[in-house]
Write a protein that binds this ligand. Sequence first.
Ligand code: SAH
Length: 222
Amino acid sequence: MKSMQEIEPFAKARKRMVESQIKARDVHDPRVLKVMERVPRHLFVSEEMRPDAYEDHPLPIGFGQTISQPYIVALMTSLLDLKGSEKILEIGTGCGYQAAILANLAAEVHTIERIKNLADSAGINLASLALTNIHIHVGDGSLGWPEAAPYDGILVTAASPAVPANLIEQLKTGGKLVIPVGERWRQILELWTKTSQGIEKKEILPVVFVPLRGKQGWQDAN
Ligand code: SAH
């Protein structure tokens, strides 16, 4: 019989990641912690990157894009305060790791990626985990995804110069939007809540994300 270590060589690293990088900071939602400990992040990166998959920093995923540091994935997820019944929109599928975390905590996840090659490989990564409640779309996510709106939560994993109006529109009343907003190399992670009185903004912490390119994102360099 194979030992656990042989079956899942990264299980220990993942446990250590949750203890030292996530719990030790300010993420305490037990559902988020459990999922971060379970989802095999190393399967979402290239073989050369695997030894680094559980380290406290972002990793390249090809096409000049990056997968966020584990703590940032956990923090952004916890800001949505998911209970299990929600419909979520993610903008910037990348390798599909954040979508996998969301799909374990919500009922349905729509995720949009503008680079078709990344969307395709995310599809393969997610299929290997048998996650069936994720819908991957290729397109300009700065416009949201009106076809499946309204959403209980929208999570943007690329930096925007301002909050795209479409995203606020596509939120339910009571819904939350998590988005890095600011300059090209420095943003603030913001949490927006749509209420019956209007929208409320809370600033969370300074971050650096790759740019959201598109009609309501950065329109320059491609
Ligand atoms: N959440 C991802 C990381 C995303 S990196 C993960 O877990 O791996 C940001 C991603 O946003 C990149 O893949 C980039 O191509 C994508 N992106 C940038 N602008 C976009 C847009 N307008 N619509 C959809 N995706 C976009």
